[in-house]
Design a protein around this ligand. Structure first.
Ligand SMILES: CC(C)(COP(=O)(O)OP(=O)(O)OC[C@H]1O[C@@H](n2cnc3c(N)ncnc32)[C@H](O)[C@@H]1OP(=O)(O)O)[C@@H](O)C(=O)NCCC(=O)NCCS
Length: 154
């Protein structure tokens, strides 16, 4: 999150745009306005947005747990008008940097087994599959569990 980066922490004024992205990107298990606002208020969470030219183009939501050295990417999405521009890739890097700054050693997440774009995104960034959850999503789809060790000198 240097001065030139369009990535910054989300603020309450971003929530309408976040809900719009959520509704465009996910058929179910969506975050609503109330949940985004809750996540902005709690210390156990961080939401980063890509806001180039003032327009929220994508977000990543991280969750932290006390006594855990792992951060969890709870959700990541890019507005359909802006996919394929490297926005999610930059959000993943920013999320990893934030986790490192909090002294965490691991980043984990679950991805739908049929979500080829997301699996490719994370595997290209060094995440490895370490397990799965059966029947994890609203429609019964399994989740693939991915993790990456966050080296301190990146
Ligand atoms: C998955 C998603 C976040 C990717 O966002 P994006 O900003 O378009 O991704 P980027 O442009 O940063 O692409 C980074 C990498 O992701 C992968 N990727 C992105 N879109 C892809 C696609 N349609 N097919 C295959 N791989 C894809 C590629 O590995 C890509 O690297 P490359 O460009 O070097 O090939 C976006 O498609 C999205 O919001 N999908 C709906 C919500 C979702 O599924 N979120 C993930 C939940 S875990």
């Amino acid at each position: 999150m240097n001065r030139m980066s369009p990535i910054r922490p989300a603020v309450p004024a971003d929530v309408s745009a976040l809900v719009a992205i959520e509704n465009l990107c996910f058929p179910g298990n969506r975050l609503d306005r109330r949940r985004f606002l809750y996540q902005l208020r709690t210390a156990n969470s961080a939401t980063l947005v890509d806001a180039a030219d003032g327009e929220v183009r994508g977000y990543v939501l991280l969750l932290f747990r006390r006594n855990s050295l792992a951060a969890r990417i709870y959700s990541i999405a890019t507005h359909p008008l802006h996919t394929g521009k490297g926005i999610a890739a930059a959000l993943v890097c920013a999320a990893e940097q934030l986790a490192r700054e909090r002294g965490l050693h691991w980043q984990r997440l679950e991805v739908r087994q049929d979500n080829a774009a997301s699996l490719s995104l994370f595997q290209r960034h060094g995440y490895r599959i370490f397990g799965s959850y059966a029947d994890y999503y609203h429609d019964g789809m399994d989740a693939v569990r991915l993790e990456k060790e966050l080296s301190l000198n990146q």
